[in-house]
Design a protein around this ligand. Structure first.
Ligand SMILES: Nc1nc2c(ncn2[C@@H]2O[C@H](COP(=O)(O)OP(=O)(O)OP(=O)(O)O)[C@@H](O)[C@H]2O)c(=O)[nH]1
Ligand SMILES: [Mg+2]
Length: 707
């Protein structure tokens, strides 16, 4: 019977094209889960089973698979290496207990490697490196290893090295077992041979390093090591398990996934040494406290991913954190308190799902047709009022606007988009009333193109993108006073209102005006950022205070659609200090209009200023492309904040106006041959340069719709 101790959850992560999907296929094949090895080229791998992945020859989604190796059940999650799909890597790491970083042996450490390294550091995931593609004619293990070591530190320790890498690759020296693995040209199970004389010393030195790492945490092991000069295999395994689990070692392995070489030994290591789910530290709870992964605890499962599949509907992938979940069980979704019945539980092997009765703590599986549960939700049984800490995903890097299709299609499109948004936490759909556009915020062009592809294929709606507008803001730079009289006589009763107001630039902590008598003060956070301070300074009842709301409404109408370009206004103080009213003709409407008009004219006289959104951008790029990237940034009105040399990479921190970021992803890709990455986050609003302001105002009077 399967116990938590016998489960190993691993995920394959790394730069795109390093061979993760191919490697997962060899693991499944070598362990007998499949009897024919598919290839990425033919679109026949277990992992890349969706049409889009087959068409592209890249992974796009993470895929849950499982297999058995000796007495262990190994759950394998293959993830996409393309940065656009980083949400899939984050959710896989959330539930994995060991990460395998796959390195392309002819390329060494790449930008994608750096990126996944930052994720494993966040999650504190025990990590192994696999230098793959050692059969490649340009394979260079030593350089790859040196890069791993110099980038990721002294805890990187080799377990293996190849002795005839390149075309004709067949042999790996294993310094843990002190043996040579020699493969036939078809790979598979290697022959074990003595290490050739020329490599014995190198292997012995590596072996000693491993022994020391194993003994480091355990005094008795250390004593034994000093007494006997070595440790036996069992003692070694015991020590290395602790060291790996505590991230005191990052062992490095060799493979050629395409030739089916190396995965068996790596599964053996996972079997013997990788931590089981309950070896990991207790799981932090959203609701406070921690939870031990244990079969004895209350039933608790966490949905790390959901994805709709044709003919099936929504498939939810989850990890059981505690207890034992049985099919047919009623659970409560701790995020929204809705009840969910788990009708069926499946083990997953790519698109193949096999029903099972139950899943124990630590195991990962899938279910279908949950009514009200999505990614990041915790489902629990009676007595477990807890929620597993939710995952956070990187902010979006790119936005596009959707050209509205017909009205009927628009409703269908929004429904479809919201469904994808529920599955994919790295997508954000925004219906912007200010910009009068529907915007998609995502991780990269490919990410959004993929969503368009899904909408077209699955929902049959043609979705076209257009340039998104920029959410400019308007403000003023000096104070201005204005008096406005609204007077209308039409037949019977007329309309009358007169308002005197002063507007000033607002800043935090500003003193009340010394020449006015402030009766009421309201400082409001505006829904679009910034503030409006409203001062009521009427003395002697020139305007009845019952008109305050109407006057404020008149001001807010203009704040929402600013006098310059129709953009939102922010950081303004308005003081109403005089006026007139008429006992019959004054009403709310008249005061609203008078206030609006007074505000508009005062605003225009107060040296108005357009503000534009500025983003903090962090770029990670190889040395070679640094120059080109910097010159390109200069054309984007960027302000360099700092540069850091980070190993073989340069990190550039820069502030860039959003207006200059359109299609930046594609430019960066072109400038760096796809090797640079960036993240961005909204920083602040800053003044738009005068010439651009003039141009925008001109455009907006022509178009009258710029937001
Ligand atoms: N020569 C050689 N090619 C390999 C090896 N492993 C994978 N490849 C090839 O490298 C390419 C990428 O392999 P994948 O397995 O799709 O790589 P991946 O890491 O899953 O890529 P993404 O899904 O884009 O992240 C394919 O053409 C594979 O055939 C290997 O060991 N040797
Ligand atoms: Mg892949």
């Amino acid at each position: 019977m399967l116990t938590t101790k016998n489960i190993r959850n691993i995920c394959l992560i790394g730069h795109s094209g390093s061979g993760k999907t191919t490697f997962s296929e060899t693991m499944l094949f070598e362990s007998g889960a499949i009897n024919r090895r598919g290839t990425v080229e033919n679109g026949t791998t277990v992992s890349d089973f969706t049409n889009i992945e087959k068409e592209r020859g890249n992974s796009v989604f993470s895929t849950l698979m499982h297999t058995h190796w000796r007495d262990r059940k190994i759950n394998i999650i293959d993830t996409p290496g393309l940065d656009d799909f980083n949400a899939e890597v984050i959710s896989a790491l959330k539930v994995a207990d060991t990460a395998l970083i796959i390195i392309n042996g002819s390329q060494g450490v790449e930008v994608g490697t750096e990126l996944v390294w930052s994720y494993v550091n966040d999650f504190k995931t025990p990590t192994m490196f696999v230098v793959n593609q050692l059969d490649h004619e340009k394979a260079d293990y030593d350089t790859a290893y040196e890069q791993i070591k110099s980038r990721f530190g002294a805890k990187v320790i080799p377990v293996q090295f190849p002795i005839n890498q390149g075309t004709g690759f067949t042999s790996i020296v294993d310094a843990l077992r002190m043996v040579l693995y020699e493969f036939s040209t078809n790979g598979g199970k290697p022959e074990k041979k003595p290490i050739p004389e020329a490599y014995v010393q190198q292997a012995q030195e590596m072996h000693n390093q491993l022994v020391e790492a194993a003994a480091e945490n355990d005094e008795t092991l250390m004593e034994k090591f000093f007494e006997a000069g070595s440790l036996n295999e069992e003692e070694l395994a015991e020590g290395l398990t602790v060291a790996l689990a505590n991230q005191q070692i990052y062992p490095v392995f060799c493979s050629s996934a395409i030739q089916n070489m190396g995965s068996g030994r790596i599964m053996g290591f996972i079997n013997d040494i990788a931590p089981c789910p309950s070896d990991r530290p207790p799981v932090p709870m959203e609701t406070g406290g921690e939870l031990d992964i244990s079969e004895q605890g209350p039933n608790l499962a966490f949905v790390y991913k959901s994805m709709s599949e044709p003919q099936v509907g929504m498939v939810s992938y989850f990890k059981v954190y505690s207890g034992k979940l049985s099919a047919g069980e009623d659970l409560v979704n701790q995020s929204n308190r809705s009840s969910e019945r788990i009708n069926q539980i499946f083990l997953s092997l790519g698109k193949v799902r096999v029903a099972t009765d139950s899943l124990i703590a630590g195991d990962i599986g899938a279910t279908v047709k949950l009514k009200n549960s999505h990614t990041n939700d915790t489902l629990s049984g009676k007595g477990a009022e807890m929620q597993v800490m939710k995952m956070t995903f990187p902010p979006s890097k790119i936005r596009v606007a959707i050209k509205p299709p017909g009205k009927n299609d628009m409703e269908k499109l929004m429904r479809a988009l919201h469904q994808i948004e529920e599955e994919d936490p790295s997508l954000h759909v925004e219906q912007s009333a200010t910009l009068k556009q529907t915007l998609l915020h995502g991780q990269g062009q490919l990410h959004l193109d993929l969503i368009r592809y899904r909408i077209e294929k699955v929902n049959g709606i043609l979705m076209e993108f257009e340039k998104p507008k920029i959410p400019y803001r308007e403000t003023i730079t000096i104070s201005a006073d204005e008096e406005y009289r609204h007077k209308k006589q039409s037949g019977g009763s007329g309309q009358f209102a007169q308002v005197s107001m002063r507007i000033e630039p607002y800043y935090e902590g500003m003193a009340d005006p010394s020449d006015l008598n402030v009766k009421q003060k309201q400082t409001e956070e505006l829904p679009w950022g910034g503030k409006l301070e409203f001062l009521w300074c009427i003395v002697g009842g020139a305007i009845d205070s019952k008109y305050i709301n109407a006057i404020k409404k008149g001001i807010m109408n203009k704040m929402e659609e600013g006098p310059l370009t129709g953009s939102r206004c922010q950081n303004i103080r308005v003081a109403i200090y005089d006026g007139k009213m008429h006992s019959v003709d004054s009403n709310d409407m008249a005061f609203m209009i008078a206030a609006s008009q007074a505000f508009k004219t005062a605003f225009e006289n107060a040296k108005p200023q357009l503000l534009e959104p500025i983003y903090n951008v962090e770029i990670l790029c190889p040395d070679e492309s640094m120059g080109d990237i910097m010159s390109d940034l200069q054309t984007r009105r960027a302000i360099i904040q700092g540069m850091d040399s980070d190993g073989h990479y340069q990190k550039i921190n820069v502030k860039v106006p959003l207006a200059e970021m359109y299609k930046y992803n594609a430019s960066l890709r072109a400038l760096s041959q796809g090797r640079a990455k960036y993240t961005r986050e909204f920083s602040e609003y800053m003044k738009l340069p005068g010439d651009l302001q003039k141009q925008l105002i001109k455009e907006s009077t022509l178009e009258a719709v710029v937001a």
